[in-house]
Design a protein around this ligand. Sequence first.
Ligand code: HEC
Length: 225
Amino acid sequence: MKPTAMRRNRFFPVISGAVLGAVLVLGCAGKTEGEPREVSVELCDGETTLALAKRPETRAEGQVAADAMMASWRKKNPAGDWEQDVRSRHWLAPMHDNSDVLAAGQRDEHPGRFFSERDLLVWKRETETLVAAGARIFHSGDELGSTIAVSCDMCHPDAANTHPETYPKYQTQIGKSVLLRDMINWCLQHPVRAEPLAENDPRMRALEAYLYAQRSGTPLAYGKH
Ligand code: HEC
């Protein structure tokens, strides 16, 4: 909360510490205004407002107010676990099981490093999230920017026939040896009718991640037709 904003608010001196605490717990600026009896509290999104019949005075009452504010914000912004949604709708190849990394003697193989269960969990969650984002984009004409509502899965179900393990390879339609991302862009521009993605575009990175992940276990065979 900016001190200047607080000073400008004529009700600030009488706001209970409890409400202030609740708003601060939300980690961003909130502002409080209203008639002396009814208090109107605004969440940090600048849109969600809640009218409190009574000014909270204890921490517990402040928590009730904060919970009500968050509940009304969540109603407008359903948490929508997109990753869960992607997983329930699409087949994703399982990630490599790294549990052997925790075996005794890991220090010999990885000098100076001791990996923990937590490390493995972070690797798995982060990697699977990137792959799931790729699956989401692959299946969404909108996210791909298709001007004809076409998505990759319509021709490559579960990423079939994308053969990421064969890159780099000569592609006749492009007329040179290319990387996987070049072929992704070729399909984006032609069958999908979208703008090509910049090499570092998060969507390109996620698509690459998904295509490679789906072929887990397939030996690399660059140049293969
Ligand atoms: C209308 C059908 C269609 C759509 C939609 C489509 N593709 Fe393709 N794609 C093809 C065909 C056909 C080929 C084979 C071209 C060739 O290798 O001669 C191909 C080839 C590829 C290849 C290279 C395969 C290989 O064997 O080297 C990749 C990678 C690929 N597509 C990815 C994508 C991605 C990513 C999308 C979505 C952005 C997409 N495709 C959308 C039809 C489609």
